[in-house]
Design a protein around this ligand. Structure first.
Ligand code: MG
Length: 279
């Protein structure tokens, strides 16, 4: 059921700085979990690391207890044909060549950060690694299209165009990005495909989570009996990348990237906001 649309929450610069604190916790946790995603580790092990990083930083989880049935982890771990919302488990062991998406959210002082990476376990499967690279590239191309004065459709279009340019991949339509701030999931919903110049006007103070999901086969998905795990209908593997981005008059600030997005965006000719101080 679609939520009723509500006015988009706009943040002050002080509030965006609080969101940056949450974003840095997410970046720290994802870096540690990515390094630990080795053959023989379980997705339950990754979840435990996610909990440790939250505790170390005095942060709480955006995911734990979310919705109904209450989500039982602090990460979503979505392996191979799982697209998003996979449930971490001590029984799910990672094997060399697996492709795993780790999605992680943190709350600091009431403000949320949300990001996801996709990692190859051990020696990468070449086709899966290319899929993940295409998805990550699309994420940054989408972020580069998020400009104050533009439209939401500019981002959606950039995501879609980037994925199509990378190869013959499925673009998941059943899930997408979202506004974020005092809650993890807020309006607007952000499609991973669309037309430029359409949709909501992008204004300073918006914070959005951009999250392309790409598959090696069909883009169609279904939810498993656990009422969480979303898999591709045809069993093809999927990749998923995400960042939380603040939109400011003088440029974006990628709140969940350790460098604020500086490297990836400068390679696309875009300067990040002056509000971003080197960390
Ligand atoms: Mg998200």
């Amino acid at each position: 059921m679609r939520r009723r649309r509500t006015p988009i929450e706009l943040k002050s610069t002080d509030q965006i700085k609080l969101m940056r604190a949450a974003g840095l916790v997410v970046a720290e946790g994802l870096a540690e979990m990515s390094a630990a995603a080795l053959p023989g580790a379980t997705t339950g092990d990754l979840d435990r690391i996610g909990r440790e990083v939250l505790a170390r930083n005095g942060a709480s989880s955006s995911f734990l207890g979310y919705a109904n049935p209450p989500f039982p982890g602090v990460i979503c771990s979505s392996r191979n044909e799982a697209v998003v919302h996979g449930v971490p488990s001590a029984d799910e062991e990672l094997a060399a060549g697996d492709l795993i998406s780790i999605d992680y959210g943190a709350i600091v002082a009431g403000w949320h950060g949300d990001a996801a990476v996709t990692v190859s376990v051990g020696t990468p499967n070449a086709q899966a690694a290319a899929l993940s690279a295409a998805c990550e590239k699309a994420l940054w191309d989408g972020i580069a299209a998020a400009r104050v004065g533009g439209r939401l459709g500019d981002i959606s279009h950039a995501l879609q165009t980037s994925i199509i340019a990378s190869g013959s991949y499925g673009i998941v339509e059943d899930y997408g990005g979202h506004g974020i701030g005092t809650a993890m999931h807020m309006d607007p919903h952000i499609l991973n495909y669309g037309r430029p110049g359409r949709g909501e006007r992008l204004v300073a103070g918006m914070a959005i989570a951009i999250e392309p999901m790409v598959t090696l086969g069909s883009p169609r998905t279904l939810e498993l009996a656990d009422q969480w795990t979303v898999v591709t209908v045809d069993g093809s593997w999927a990749a998923h990348w995400e960042h939380t981005v603040a939109l400011l008059t003088d440029g974006p600030w990628v709140l969940t990237a350790a460098d604020g997005g500086r490297a990836e965006l400068s390679s696309r000719g875009i300067a990040i906001s002056s509000l971003a101080t080197p960390d």
